[in-house]
Design a protein around this ligand. Structure first.
Ligand SMILES: [Zn+2]
Length: 68
């Protein structure tokens, strides 16, 4: 059991924070948004986002001609 090791090697996913201040992949969960910001894994810079779900949502917005 090496939990510690697992934690270290696991890459943190950076989520996109939308204009409502919510995590793009979890827009209904304000706690998720707060947690992401506390942990420094939230960004409004599209190029820094690594969360696949957030990226998919961003692409969709861009495709629809919206400004994320
Ligand atoms: Zn995300």
């Amino acid at each position: 059991m090496n939990h510690e090791n697992n934690r270290k090697t696991r890459k943190r996913q950076v989520h996109f924070i939308n204009e409502d201040g919510m995590v793009a992949c979890n827009p209904g969960d304000i706690e998720a948004a707060n947690r992401a910001q506390d942990e420094g894994i939230a960004t409004t810079n599209v190029s820094e986002v690594t969360c696949k779900k957030c990226i998919a949502i961003l692409y969709k917005l861009l495709k629809e001609g919206k400004n994320p």
